[in-house]
Design a protein around this ligand. Sequence first.
Ligand SMILES: Cc1ncc(COP(=O)(O)O)c(C=O)c1O
Length: 380
Amino acid sequence: MQKNYLTWVEVNAGKLSGNIRTIRQLAGKRLVAAAVKANGYGHGLELMVDLLRKEKIEYLAVHSRDEAERARRQGWKKKILVVGYIQLSELEAVPELGLELTVYNIETVNRLGKLAEKTGKKAEIHLKVETGTNRQGVEPENIEMIVAAIRKFSQLHLKGVSTHFANIEDTTDHTYANYQLAEFNKIVTKINSLGLKPPLRHTACSAALLLFEDTKFEMVRPGIALYGLWPSKETYLSYRLAGGSNSILAPLLTWKTRVIQVKNVPADAFVGYGCSYRTTAPTKLAILPVGYYDGYDRSLSNLAYVLIKGKRAPVRGRICMNLMMVDITDIDGVKLEEEVVLLGENGQEKITADQMASWAGTVNYEILSRINGDIPRIIV
Ligand SMILES: Cc1ncc(COP(=O)(O)O)c(C=O)c1O
């Protein structure tokens, strides 16, 4: 029996399949590693595993040991690439869970190498190289040293070499991305000249996959596109300017809750903490059981709106920890436990993650990934 949730997230399976068709078209014959880190970009890791199992996806890309373990527990039998970090003391997880690990520290190579020799089980690693993001990655001057360390261990297999772009989604000027790509190619040539030929080169996040043929190599790692969103307006614009179609991606996620009280307040009444909103006329409010703890950002106070009966209900006063208030004066017939859309479509109206992100001064990635992981996720 379907549980009658108070607050929940719906994920549309059909739209995911459509986005995957788009990704597969863009990827051609290359392998696809679906980025499901950050709780499947807020869609729910377990739910995403259930859905992706049925799709033609070769790898999951997760951040941590914990996410990898959750994916395995949920029945993901195919490959898992860990793109974050696993502590030296936890590296046993690599053989135990059958993971492929992104490495960029000599300490990790040595510890995993010894472990692989001891167990006699091959460990597959992907070397992440620094090309100008200055996040994770082996600096060019240390490539020789790390390759020598990898070669010392017969049970370490350099399966991949990767990098991540710094400035591919936030701009229509792609000079820096091209620079990073050239750096990547130089480093790969160097690795080859040192005697290692990793079969998988991978650099492409969603923006790269959408815009740059040269970044795709043997594998791509899309995240946000999987969830039906564009990495940025600039990516969308660049894609359209290059002749791309408008409707290749569809958002999957709808975030819903229910009204927990309807009340009338007089004119000149304050609403919420800090008395930041004051009514100018008799007003009908709906109280909702969602606040910043749930991932509804406090910066949306007095700014955003939600959808009830297909109409916009403006947020009044400050977003609280677990509650918020919206104005339903002009929406007739709202009852206790009426369904409310916080994010997604309702009738002719919709609130997108992009819209919310622009209100909150952030990016759609953050809006989605911060929806509290305790909120139930259901497939529709
Ligand atoms: C290493 C790595 N690869 C791929 C992705 C996917 O990026 P996007 O969601 O922009 O496609 C991410 C996300 O941040 C990442 O960190």
